[in-house]
Design a protein around this ligand. Structure first.
Ligand code: ADP
Ligand code: MG
Length: 148
């Protein structure tokens, strides 16, 4: 599947994009984020949370791996940065969130790649100069055409 590609020049634009994409998410949706530290994963997740009706401010968790928010659906912000092994991954109870009725937004998703469902939406963020290139796969292109 060809990725859908966006480019943003500031954090607010990345938040707005996330906010608009959130309307496509249904209960049980999994969105996997990839990209280096500072690429904008948490920033985009702030937008998704906002689009899902979360009123609280989403932050980068420092020690907590899974943070739960309530919007129009439950939102599970999962940051696997500190996960070093499959055992550690299972200790977090991570897999039980994947099957839940909420939306999973996962940073450093490559650390759980094998567990991700087939329907996972994948978002890769890359820093190019000061811009962010945002490549999305697994979303229906027809749905997102109007967001361009
Ligand atoms: P990550 O979670 O990938 O480590 P963060 O979202 O925490 O990254 O940090 C990204 C940083 O880059 C933030 O300080 C944000 O304000 C800044 N930034 C600048 N331009 C952009 C952009 N176009 N999209 C996202 N973040 C941006
Ligand atoms: Mg982050």
């Amino acid at each position: 599947m060809q990725p859908i590609v966006y480019e943003t020049t500031d954090a607010e634009a990345t938040i707005t994009l996330g906010e608009r994409l959130a309307c496509f998410l249904k209960p049980g949706a999994v969105v996997a984020f990839y990209g280096d530290l500072g690429a904008g994963k948490t920033t985009m997740i702030k937008g998704f949370a906002r689009g899902l009706g979360v009123k609280e401010v989403v932050k980068s968790p420092s020690f907590v791996i899974i943070t739960e928010y309530q919007g129009r659906l439950p939102v599970y912000h999962i940051d696997l940065y500190r996960i070093r092994s499959t055992d550690e991954l299972f200790e977090t109870g991570f897999d039980s969130y994947l099957g839940a009725d909420g939306v999973c937004l996962i940073e450093w998703a490559e650390r759980a790649e094998k567990l991700l469902p087939k329907t996972t939406v994948r978002i890769k963020l890359t820093l190019i100069d000061q811009r962010r290139r945002i490549e999305i796969t697994g979303l229906d292109r027809r749905l997102t055409e109007e967001l361009k």
